[in-house]
Design a protein around this ligand. Structure first.
Ligand code: FES
Length: 118
């Protein structure tokens, strides 16, 4: 498994971009739980963040795409509003090992790999 980041590096109520071996991911910590997604909007496949590590709306209650403003539930990745409403962010399965986020290499979803089925 590959370490993509440390839980301790993510402040409560904030998000963090993770660039690991060519894969763009991001994590959100909410109520001490970490959620991990691919950094790719289901609308156009663009990265979501506004600025480095800024993936949330101004209230910090939803994930918001910086391109066209789609809003996503932090816990489920479900798109609640915007052009990709009803679609989902791609959650990345991970294990916690001593505070480290560990991901199977096959779940990283490198940008240049297409056609994978979920
Ligand atoms: S690319 Fe994210 S809402 Fe259009």
């Amino acid at each position: 498994m590959i370490c993509v980041g440390s839980v301790g590096d993510i402040e409560e109520g904030t998000s963090k971009g993770l660039d690991v071996e060519g894969a763009y991911l991001f994590a959100v910590k909410r109520d001490d739980i970490v959620y991990l997604y691919r950094n790719s909007c289901p609308h156009l496949g663009t990265p979501l963040e506004w600025e480095e590590d800024q993936f949330l709306d101004p209230e910090g209650s939803l994930i918001q795409c910086s391109t066209h403003g789609a809003l996503f539930d932090i816990k489920t990745g479900h798109c609640l509003a915007g052009p990709c409403k009803g679609q989902h962010l791609q959650a990345v399965p991970f294990l916690l090992d001593n505070g480290l986020l560990m991901v199977e290499p096959g779940h990283l979803g490198q940008r240049d790999i297409h056609g994978a089925t979920d």
